[in-house]
Ligand binder design. Sequence first.
Ligand SMILES: Nc1ncnc2c1ncn2[C@@H]1O[C@H](COP(=O)(O)OP(=O)(O)O)[C@@H](O)[C@H]1O
Ligand SMILES: [Mg+2]
Length: 346
Amino acid sequence: MTTATGTFVVLNANYPACSWPGVSEGAVPIELAGPLGPVGNAHRVYEVRGLPASCAIKMGPGAECPEDEKDARQVAMRLGARDSLWGEYEKLLAADGLCGRAPLAYAYGAFVEAGDGGRARIAPAFVMERLDAEPLCHVVERGALPVRRVIEAGLILVDLVDDLARRRIAHGNLSPENVLVEAGDADEVERVCVVDFQLAVSRDEEGGRIGSLPFTAPEQIGLSLVGCNPREWYLRRLSREPYADMWSVGALLYYMATGERPALPVRWGKGSDGAYSFWYGGQRLDFEEALACVNDSKIDGLDLPGPWRDEEGGSALGSAIRLCTSNAACEREIATVRGMLEEVLK
Ligand SMILES: Nc1ncnc2c1ncn2[C@@H]1O[C@H](COP(=O)(O)OP(=O)(O)O)[C@@H](O)[C@H]1O
Ligand SMILES: [Mg+2]
């Protein structure tokens, strides 16, 4: 089912480097074929001329093209320059060939859709490879994974975080929606892929924006609370190390094994105006209070419940989860966690 048609105005092409046929013409027709995942701003597209059949487009917030603006390309340039979507596209470029997998970045530009009364709507957008994979949240909804499969998936995630760290990138939002699984024969975990580099930071950037709360490291939450606190420098540094991503890996291991997201005391929901509200019991909290409450409740070292620890490999998995989710960020050593998981598969 087509949800929208329009043109994709190419501002930067990466496929094949600098000679994509759409570039010279400035625009290629696009048909959106519905949302890609359970949530979010990524869409399947039927076909983009000059690109492989399996493409996806991710869009930022759109705007109506001003009446006096004749050239959609100029508007697309302006929007493109200002939107954080460009940063996300850059991270995808930097993640090319990532161990595990991230989508290939094909082109950055703007999606132009004919609006009512002939005025076009323009949204910054990039086109990327569509991965033939299922979000982890859908896999786990069908049932928690056996310990051995959790460990296999965990090893891929650890290697992925390690590879990102070598590229000087922290993903910042490893969650069941943003981690995808390519299942092989006999339902084995074959490959774990990662999408959504919206919150990713490279080491020369300021980090600390918050992803999915149950999967976000406490110091990453803390970072957005500190203001001019003396600990600020320390926290900012942490957001650029792989430690925060390792916390998310621990929470994901816990989630895959138990089928439960790490518990939080705060509930939240999105209102019709798009704004979030937070509650603690019956009490409504403002954003800062909610974050502080979540942060205080983050347990130092998530514990895998007894029945899982008694399974074969469960005790090592439990130790790896505890280490990943330690409040002492520097303890979340990639090599140590990898060693613990590998030991089980020997
Ligand atoms: N390249 C891709 N291939 C396959 N699925 C994807 C791809 N990019 C995103 N998705 C799916 O679409 C969802 C939304 O995309 P995402 O980049 O996470 O947007 P948002 O920033 O709005 O969360 C993801 O959770 C994932 O399930
Ligand atoms: Mg997402």
